[in-house]
Design a protein around this ligand. Structure first.
Ligand code: SF4
Ligand code: SF4
Length: 309
């Protein structure tokens, strides 16, 4: 069914990955329209939803396919390591280095995003610039996942699991990538008792396929819309560390106005007990907050404000 679209974009018949990309993008667009209608009175939600629809369609779907047609590597300019865990794999580095000036630009761009864009932009705007405005996983969660956002676990025990798990995945990604780069530069795949090819295979299967792919999207109806972003995404962990310790972003609360209705906590997809902060009149500075702004949108008293000050 999607062969004509595939041929028009990249010149080939559709692979299963192309079909996956079509379905993913359609889900973001169709459910994005639903989101636009639902939050039509909220400017922040309108712009943010439009942004994830644009980045998914243009950057994650159309541009990479057109690059393939032009004999360049398939490249998503907004996908950042360690979410894009294969960025430093030998085949990807070879592809980029053998693709002329644009390939070199892609390599440098990818490194600039990791080293400069993440800390600097997160310092000014919090992790929301990526998680709620640009990222494809976040885009799917905010559109297809919106009807399930209230299912996220709000218990303290879930918060404890979340912190161990997401930072554990970040450490796993860093170690795996260090091994892969060691092999790339030294030609040796065995480092002490670890084989870098085995480790990257295990990471790809457990984290890339099972956690991000199957659990991350298939478990929306059981664990809420941000199950991958909350418990597994190593990039969210990196962004979260910057947000928690070095960012101007916070949600301010006007405690005196709060009527304790609990809407904000119910609809926080990251399982944050927003009401508890509001009742104390305390600013919310949490590593996990993706700045979706829905807590603020559903508050009947205008208690919560997302601020970069
Ligand atoms: S605290 Fe508010 S802005 Fe942050 S993730 Fe939860 S609902 Fe979204
Ligand atoms: S939605 Fe607003 S009024 Fe209701 S508990 Fe949260 S901060 Fe308080």
């Amino acid at each position: 069914m999607v062969d004509p679209v595939s041929k028009a974009l990249n010149g080939h018949e559709a692979s299963q990955w192309f079909l996956y990309g079509v379905l993913y993008t359609l889900a973001v667009l169709v459910m994005g329209l639903r989101m636009l209608a639902k939050y039509r009175h909220n400017r922040y939600q309108l712009i943010r939803t439009g942004s994830v629809m644009f980045f998914q369609t243009a950057f994650a779907f159309l541009i990479p396919e057109i690059l393939v047609r032009l004999n360049y590597p398939y490249y998503d300019f907004k996908n950042i390591w360690p979410l894009n865990y294969s960025f430093f794999f030998d085949w990807n580095l070879h592809n980029l280095l053998n693709s002329g000036g644009l390939g070199i630009f892609m390599l440098v761009w990818g490194i600039v995003l990791i080293v400069i864009a993440v800390p600097v932009i997160t310092y000014f705007f919090g992790k929301r610039w990526y998680c709620s405005w640009v990222c494809g996983c976040g885009g799917l969660a905010e559109t297809l996942g919106d009807p399930f956002r209230q299912l996220s676990n709000k218990k303290l025990s879930a918060w404890k699991v979340e912190r161990w798990l997401i930072h554990g995945v970040l450490v796993f990604a860093v170690v795996m990538t260090a091994l892969v780069l060691y092999t790339y530069f030294s030609g040796q795949s065995q480092v002490l008792f670890l084989n870098s090819y085995t480790v990257r295979g295990v990471y790809g299967f457990l984290i890339g396929s099972i956690f991000a792919g199957v659990v991350g999207t298939g478990f929306y109806p059981f664990m809420g819309s941000r199950v991958w972003c909350r418990f597994g995404c190593p990039l969210a962990a990196y962004l979260g560390l910057v947000q928690r310790f070095k960012s101007r972003f916070r949600i301010t609360t006007n405690g005196g106005q709060c009527i304790s209705c609990g809407n904000c906590s119910t609809y926080c997809e990251m399982g944050i007990d927003v009401r508890a902060y509001a009742q104390r009149g305390q600013d919310i500075v949490r590593a996990s907050c993706v700045g979706c702004g829905v807590c603020s949108a559903v508050c009947p008293r205008g208690v919560l404000k997302l601020e970069n000050g």
